[in-house]
Design a protein around this ligand. Structure first.
Ligand code: ATP
Ligand code: ATP
Ligand code: CA
Length: 222
């Protein structure tokens, strides 16, 4: 496979969330610039970043002088100071950063970030809370991704109720209107299961569909 060109990332705000994004990018071998106005934070993240810099991100001259527009993705992880988060996002879009990811503290903040052009707005406490709630309700759901208000993709653990069943015998499309896109068996991933591919208890099923239909499938079949 062709070697991907090294991409440049920056994280502004090294709290728990931004710090975690920064460490993870760095540990995956990417170039990541860590920025915080607090000198202690900058020192803390020096070993977990390519460059660590003390700067106030609401000061457009300092972001301009480090050439922030050359970064493909910039994460704004300032939570408590909503004004600073909004100003920073504005400066980044003004400078022409192609992908600005911003962390929202509440729904009002989320709306403003969307309006002023943040490319992706995340709300980790809210999103993780939702995810945990789904996991609590169903011990078969391993993970889920919201695709829209009504549609999701979920990972389910196959129980003995579907052991030996196939796409043919389950009638997922006809009876449930959902699509099985992959069957995971340990490390082996079958991404286009044939109609007669048997499902085994313990397999992980990756299913996509309307939330109501997914719920019906979970309740009746698993
Ligand atoms: P956590 O992820 O821990 O919940 P948080 O989202 O609540 O964090 P804050 O603690 O408010 O976010 O801020 C995260 C970091 O952002 C702090 O280390 C703070 O110093 C830094 N920060 C805040 N304002 C600015 C700014 N204008 N420029 C640079 N860094 C800033
Ligand atoms: P967030 O998810 O918003 O980041 P947090 O993890 O920072 O929240 P806190 O704000 O400290 O958590 O507390 C969450 C809630 O727990 C608050 O509404 C608080 O009133 C409540 N709480 C804290 N201590 C207790 C307690 N001993 N008994 C009952 N409720 C409590
Ligand atoms: Ca916080």
């Amino acid at each position: 496979r062709k070697q991907k060109q090294k991409r440049q990332f920056a994280v502004i705000g090294l709290g728990r969330f931004g710090g975690s994004v920064c460490r993870e990018l760095h540990s995956m071998g990417h170039e990541v610039m860590a920025i915080d106005m607090n000198r202690e934070k900058v020192e803390e993240y020096r070993p977990f970043s390519t460059h660590a810099m003390q700067a106030d991100s609401t000061d457009e001259r300092s972001l301009h002088s480090i050439g922030i527009r050359n970064f493909e993705h910039v994460v704004v992880a300032i939570g408590d100071n909503i004004q600073a988060s909004i100003l920073t996002t504005l400066v980044l879009k003004d400078e022409g950063v192609p992908h600005v990811w911003a962390k929202a503290q509440n729904h009002y903040h989320q709306k403003v970030l969307d309006k002023i052009g943040a490319d992706v707005v995340v709300h980790p406490e809210f999103d993780m809370g939702k995810r945990i709630a789904h996991n609590i309700v169903s011990d078969k759901v391993i993970d889920f991704i919201d695709l829209s208000d009504d549609y999701s993709m979920i990972e389910l653990r196959a129980t003995s109720a579907v052991d030996g069943e196939t796409l043919n015998t389950l009638h997922l499309r006809a009876d449930y209107g959902i699509t099985l896109i992959a069957i995971k068996d340990g490390q082996h991933m079958n991404v286009s299961p044939g109609p007669d591919e048997p499902i085994r208890e313990g397999n992980i099923l990756l299913v996509i569909g309307h939330n109501n239909d997914l719920e019906r499938f979970e309740e009746k079949v698993l």
